[in-house]
Design a protein. Structure first.
Length: 110
């Protein structure tokens, strides 16, 4: 595993979608996505590899169309909902639980 792959792997597993990947045993799919994404980032990568990465991202719910297709919704953290207009509402890492933010669009359970 390259340094870039390790960084991507760690970043992806901090996303709210990781809850569903874990639930459905998609560790291998995430690993393949990481590997293909690092290959697609190279200057001499094949064009069709970028298409594959986009499709894989959709399948993993990493894109807006993918979230919609999976019927997933990421709720805003409570800090953002309560922030007055005109103030910074950027979440602070670790302040809120990613599990609470990911919800299935139908039924509200994640």
């Amino acid at each position: 595993m390259s340094v870039r792959e390790a960084e991507l792997w760690a970043d992806l597993w901090r996303k709210p979608q990781a809850i569903m990947w874990e639930r459905f045993g998609q560790e291998l799919e995430v690993a393949l996505y990481v590997r293909r994404l690092t290959e697609a980032e190279l200057m001499d990568s094949r064009v069709n590899l970028s298409t594959l990465v986009r499709q894989m991202g959709d399948s993993l719910g990493l894109t807006t169309p993918g979230m919609r297709a999976n019927r997933w919704r990421v709720d805003r953290p409570r800090e953002e909902e309560e922030a007055p207009t005109g103030t910074s509402s950027a979440p602070i890492a670790g302040v809120y639980d990613a599990r609470a933010r990911l919800r299935a669009a139908a039924g509200g359970s994640g």
